[in-house]
Design a protein around this ligand. Structure first.
Ligand SMILES: Cc1ncc(COP(=O)(O)O)c(C=O)c1O
Length: 365
């Protein structure tokens, strides 16, 4: 059975997921799933690196064992790079799990989470499912409004969520401003800084707030291997914090040090050693961004200057059904329900972006 047929069959037979008509249409009209330009989930079109693939292939025969030593090895490597200790890390199946754990942590206390009203929703979704109150603070243009977020903190607030750089708006707040903000937040309130896209930011990984972790007892950083490292399918993420917070999260984490598993850990260890790959990914991503910036400037389309591997673009210069029309051409982009006048477009390979420009051109109004 072809991969497309299998996918279609399993999607149709699943009653628990909402099947996108664009997905089915794309699967119907193309022979190979790979021909779809996946510009909808901010995946890395260049990864995993060759070194990661080799390391994982070599490790497959060892997959009969639990191998939690690999968890320790990866935490030690990360800790060494950040001048921290291994017990300041919790490794999980993607940073989604960190955000879910934090959301639950606040929800079970019936506390409040403060976040931007255009920001990554996972922590709010899990928080509210567990009983947290979610307060969304209006954006200042395409940026998180730190002053307004600070002013919103009250006695009920248990956590402030800062996604930096921010998804979906693609903008970043400078390290200095964010450090200042974190120091002003009461130490009774947790600050979760989601750095999923930090490698694409102005300072790269140097812009991380990891440098504040030993100074502030209330900061938890969420990081992922899904983006710049190109390991989304391996599901590998982690939290960095002081050990009392890591222990609290660990107590709620069902996997007890066994997750994510041998192959994700091996992939992560090889990826951390291969920083040249990340540099190349960022360079190629910038190339793709320039292609889109040039087209948008020519067409007078407004967009946010991106510190990520995606673009946040105003849609009023395009036909109203620009997204389904692109899907007809097997190009997938994103518009969350909360994004009233914007599209989010991931940066793929430069040649994909050239194709996108060609397909977008006739969809202008
Ligand atoms: C801002 C942000 N945080 C976290 C995640 C979750 O990533 P993962 O669970 O793959 O580590 C994503 C995924 O798109 C994201 O955009």
């Amino acid at each position: 059975m072809k991969r497309r047929d299998w996918l279609q069959k399993s999607l149709l037979s699943s009653s628990s997921i909402l099947v996108s008509p664009y997905l089915l249409q794309a699967l119907n009209s193309k022979d190979e799933f790979d021909e779809i330009l996946r510009l909808h989930w901010n995946e890395n079109p260049f990864g995993p690196s060759k070194k990661v693939i080799q390391a994982v292939q070599a490790a497959v025969p060892d997959a009969n064992l639990y191998w939690d030593e690999k968890n320790e090895e990866l935490r030690s490597k990360l800790a060494k790079n950040h001048y921290l200790k291994p017990d300041q890390y919790l490794m999980t199946s993607g940073s989604t799990e960190i955000l879910s754990l934090l959301g639950q942590h606040v929800g079970l206390q019936k506390g409040e989470i403060i976040m931007g009203d255009q920001s990554f929703p996972t922590i709010g979704i899990f928080g509210s499912r567990c009983g947290a109150k979610i307060t969304k603070v209006a954006m200042k243009g395409n940026h998180l409004d730190l002053d307004a977020m600070l002013a919103a903190i009250n006695d009920e607030t248990k956590l402030v969520f800062i996604c930096n750089p921010n998804n979906p708006t693609s903008t970043e707040i400078s390290k200095e401003k964010l450090e200042e903000f974190c120091k002003e937040v009461s130490q009774n309130v947790l600050i979760c800084v989601d750095e999923a896209y930090i490698e694409f930011s102005e300072l790269g990984a140097e812009g991380s707030l990891v440098s504040l972790v030993n100074e502030l007892p209330n900061i938890v950083i969420a990081r992922t291997f899904s983006k710049a490292y190109g390991l989304a399918g391996f599901r590998l993420g982690y939290a960095i914090s002081q050990s009392h917070n890591i222990n609290a999260l660990q107590r709620r984490y069902p996997a007890l040090g066994m997750a994510p598993g041998l192959l994700p850990f091996v992939a992560g260890i090889a990826a951390v050693k291969d920083q040249g790959f990340v540099t190349e990914v960022v360079r190629k991503t910038n190339e793709g961004k320039s292609i889109m910036y040039d087209a948008f400037d020519k067409w007078e389309v407004n967009y946010a200057s991106s510190s990520t591997n995606f673009l946040y673009v105003e849609k009023d210069k395009f036909v109203i059904d620009v997204r389904p029309k692109l899907a007809d051409d097997n190009i997938w982009i994103t518009q969350w329900p909360s994004m009233k006048n914007h599209l989010r477009i991931s940066i793929g390979r430069p040649e994909w972006m050239e194709t996108l420009v060609t397909k977008l051109e006739p969809l202008r109004v």
